[in-house]
Structure formats: C-alpha cells, structure tokens
Ligand binder design. Structure first.
Ligand SMILES: [Zn+2]
Length: 534
C-alpha cells in the first residue's frame, strides 16, 4: 500500500496544477483496498519552531548537516555535517571527523546493528569508523568518476556498501548484489537503504527512480512523475517490505510502508537532505541542511543543530587593484580579452587628494567583510592575499570565482569621480556573449544582488546613492571584464568617491570602513538567503 503524497502548496500556476493532477492519478491507481487513511503529521519539530524554547542547548555547526541516522537502541539519532562533525541526540557521541582536514566532504552516515558505533562516508569514498563500527575498506585511495553519495550497513556481516552518483556500488565486508553503474540514468543516484535481513538493497535517484537488488523488493517509485523538488534520500521500513523516499522540500513518498507525514506544507530555510526510520518503522525523522529535525509518526524529537546561515557557501571578494600595480606597468598594462573587449590586465586605481590609495581602502574593507562573512559560516576567498602584490589581471579575478563555483562574488572599489560628486554605486552586468564568455545566466541574479546590496550598503553606512552616475545607485555595465567573464552572480561596488572631499574623509575613517564592510556583508548574506530558498 502506498500513502498519499503531499507537495508544497505554494506551487502555483500551470506547472503546479499539472503536477497535482499527475500525483492524484498515481495515488488513485496505487492505493490498495484497505490501505489505512493517511495521517497528518502528529509531531513536527524543526530548528525554527524550537529555537525559542531550547536555544541554550542547541549545538552550532559551521558546516551544513548532510544526514541523519537512527540509534534504534535508544530511539535517538545522530546528525552528520559535511565537515565530519557528528551530533548525538539521545544517542552517544562516539567520535567524529570534525578535527580531521577532510579531502572531501562527508555525505552520509550509518550505524552498526547494536548502535554501538557508526561510520561516516565522504564524497571521495573515504570511510571513517567509530565505536564498535569496523573499518572494512574504502574507496578513498581510488579515483572515482562520480562522487560517493550514500552508504548502507549489512547488519548480517557488519560490513557496508557505498553507492556513487552514477549508481556504482562498492561492497566492503558485505555481498555485492548488483549496481546501476552500467545503466544510463536519467538522474544521479542520491541514496541507498538495505533490507532488514541484509540480503539486498535499494538505490534511489534524484528523479525518484528506485533500483532494487538482492532480496530487496521493488515496491514502486516516482521515476515516472515529474517532481518539483529532487529526491534526496530514502529509508527502509522495519518489516522489509517497503521504503520511503524524501524530497528536498521534505515531501515524503511511501511505497509498501506507512505514510506518517511530511514537511511539504512548511517553508523550510534550507533543503531537506536526509531521512532515517524508527526501529519499528512507525515513523521517521527528516533533517535539513540547516540542522532542523522533523520527527514524524512515532519518531521522537530529541534536538537539532543550528547551522551557521552561510555554512557550505563560497563567497569570493575581489579587492580592486593591488599595491604593487603602480610600479609594474609592464604587467598591468598588458592587454587581456575581457569577454570580447580588450582592456588592460589591471589598473592602479585612484586615491584621495592627500594620498590615501584606493587599493588600500579596497583591501581593508575586503578583509573586514571577509571576517564578518566567515563568522556567518561562509568560505570566503579573496582574489589577492595581500595589498603589496601585482594584479592579478581582471580576467583571472573572474576565473577565481568561476573555478570555485562561488555562490556570489563582489568586487570592492572606490571611485575617482568628479570632485563635486558624492555617493556610492553598484555596477551590475548586462548580458555579453563573446567567443570566450557568456554571462547571460548571471544577469538576473546579479541584478537582484545589486538591488539588495545597494539597500544594505546605504542602510549600514548612511552614504547616499551616487549623484553623478547610474540610477538610484545602480549602474548597468557591459564594459567590465570582471563582470562580462563571470559565471557566478557578481557585482562591483564603488563605495564612495575618493575625489570628493566629503567622501574622502569617510574612506580614511576605519570606523566608516567597518560600516562599509558591514553593509557589503549584509547585502551578500541577504542575497544568499534569498537565493538559497529559490
Ligand atoms: Zn577601482
């Protein structure tokens, strides 16, 4: 039998209607006579709803949570974060990889049959064993074509299986029962669960497709239904006959297992990333990347993790120019292709009448913004490590953020405008396609970023939008290689006009530079939180 599928009601318009119809048809076909009536979630707890009551007891994680594993002995659970940290709730702490410099993020976790230990698995196939969990091998030393995404335990042998995104299964101290590695998958595999007698396992792909091996029974899938949110994990029911799939929005799909509710009706801060069933299969926990835990059915809420808001996100800050540029015209005057536009490698920047340089201002504000964003959990990379070097060229500055697939990038500058001009401006890209670049995909997000950053900067500093360039503090630019070459959302902020006496006094005041950094950091954070939810 199969439970109903609840989707997020906020989906509107033709696509949402089509999905609802498709799901409804599927439910009618699939539900067998005598299936129990669907139950609403009896208990729903998340980090958001419980913060007020238990703030002091909520541990903080600087990395996103990636999985939840049940301690079937105690009824508690463990949460694992991508940096290897493990948080036990009603479950003993047996060790973690938080102090280890991981080559690759942790992506999954599994417990031993007596719950006296657990394993963590990283994307590179590395396995870490704690408590009475036995290390039986890993893929950590082997180059994998596709990252490992999940693991499951063979309770009969104490061994385990790893599964990669391409469906390849790696067995360690456990029988190999088959894999999807040779199939042409429509979507990557994202999760794995073992049967209770450990004679088999299921794999699930992001499109809801399910693959059964050994004595695992295929009880249905979402593979033929268009999903608004990808499936991110699965859990096996205790009686071995079925399983649940969970989507990034917390929607739960039950196949041969009782539907106990979902978070599909809630608006989540961050995507659901994992699922674990209770010992008797009468409930399950869902966990979000933000550490929020949702206990459904007979699963008991024992606590959650507060993940720093920008954990797992990479921000690139590009302090314009460099201190050594002025003495190295042979380098910085070299022409580069800025995306169909030839421009110099870099420039020296401007300075105030009394000689306070733009590169020094840019670098100081960048360091301050970096510190603020790191405190929120972001990985912050500067395009230059000091204020005494030369360059890098503007195309390389863009390439740094592109290579890191940064969630957002910002170039920090101060302008050399007319002496009578006051205020700041945010330069935002317009679409430019060249033989070496195409920034069309970032124009929309960058425009949104520009407006958010403009508001945040004005609010933090009190500095007005420029009275000599752009419109309301926004300038659309097609002539900046740093924006034309970017493949990540990016803008450039001219924080003030260094050639204006009023603004020149501001930029030389460290307290104002801190306000400028606060405005930039706040703008980026607000943008990232909007971007994460859409
Ligand atoms: Zn500049």
């Amino acid at each position: 039998m199969m439970g109903p599928m609840r989707r997020r009601p906020r989906v509107a318009g033709p696509a949402g209607v089509a999905l609802a119809v498709a799901v409804a048809v599927m439910v009618m076909v699939a539900v067998t006579v005598g299936a129990p009536a669907p139950r609403a979630a009896v208990r729903v707890h998340g980090a958001g709803s419980d913060h007020a009551a238990t703030t002091t007891s909520i541990p903080t994680s600087s990395a996103p949570v990636v999985d939840v594993t049940a301690d079937t002995g105690t009824g508690g659970y463990w949460l694992a974060a991508s940096d290897g940290a493990v948080f036990g709730f009603g479950a003993p702490s047996l060790g973690s990889a938080a102090a280890v410099a991981l080559a690759s993020p942790v992506v999954g976790m599994a417990a031993t049959s007596d719950d006296g230990g657990y394993w963590l698995v990283a994307a590179d196939g590395g396995v870490f064993a704690y408590g009475d969990a036995r290390f039986a091998g890993s893929m950590g030393a082997v180059h994998l074509d596709q990252p490992v995404v999940s693991m499951a335990v063979d309770r009969a042998t104490g061994g385990y299986w790893l599964v990669a995104a391409d469906g390849g299964v790696f067995a360690f101290g456990a029988p190999f029962e088959g894999s999807a590695g040779a199939l042409r998958l429509h979507a990557p595999v994202v999760g794995m669960a073992a049967t209770r007698d450990n004679g088999g396992y299921w794999l699930v792909a992001a499109d809801g497709g399910v693959f059964a091996y050994g004595d695992a029974r295929f009880a249905g899938s979402m593979g033929a239904v268009h999903l608004s949110y990808p499936v991110v994990g699965m859990a096996a029911d205790a009686d071995g006959s079925g399983y649940w799939l969970v989507g990034a929005d917390g929607g739960v799909f039950a196949f041969g297992a009782p539907y106990e509710g979902s978070t599909g009706a809630l608006v989540l801060d961050r995507a659901v990333v994992g699922m674990a069933a209770t010992a008797d299969g009468g409930g399950y926990w869902l966990v979000g990347a933000d550490g929020g835990v949702f206990a459904l059915g007979d699963a008991v809420f024992r606590g959650s993790v507060s993940v720093l808001p920008l954990a797992g996100l990479t921000v690139v800050i590009d302090p314009g120019h460099d201190g050594g540029n002025g003495a190295s015209p042979g380098i910085i005057d070299q022409p580069i292709d800025g995306g169909g536009l030839t421009e110099p490698c870099d420039t020296t920047g401007t300075e105030t009448d009394n000689g306070y340089t733009e590169h020094a201002f840019n670098f100081d504000v960048a360091l301050r913004a970096q510190s603020l964003l790191q405190a929120e959990g972001a990985d912050v990379v500067l395009t230059r490590p000091t204020d005494t070097g030369v360059g890098p060229c503007v195309n390389q500055r863009a390439a740094i953020a592109n290579a890191l697939r940064a969630a957002v990038a910002v170039s920090i500058h101060a302008d050399g405008g007319p002496p009578g001009g006051v205020g700041f401006a945010v330069d935002t890209p317009v679409g430019v396609v060249s033989s070496i670049s195409n920034n069309l995909a970032i124009v929309g997000p960058s425009t949104q970023l520009a407006a958010i950053l403009r508001d945040a900067f004005e609010s933090a500093t009190g500095e007005p939008p420029s009275n000599y360039t752009g419109q309301d503090g926004i300038v659309f630019r097609s002539d900046l290689g740093g924006l034309d070459l970017s493949t990540v959302p990016k803008v450039l902020i001219e924080c003030a006009n260094m050639r204006n006496a009023h603004d020149a006094a501001l930029v030389q005041n460290p307290q104002w530079r801190q306000l400028a950094a606060q405005g930039i950091a706040a703008g980026l954070e607000q943008y990232l939180q909007v971007a994460e939810r859409t």
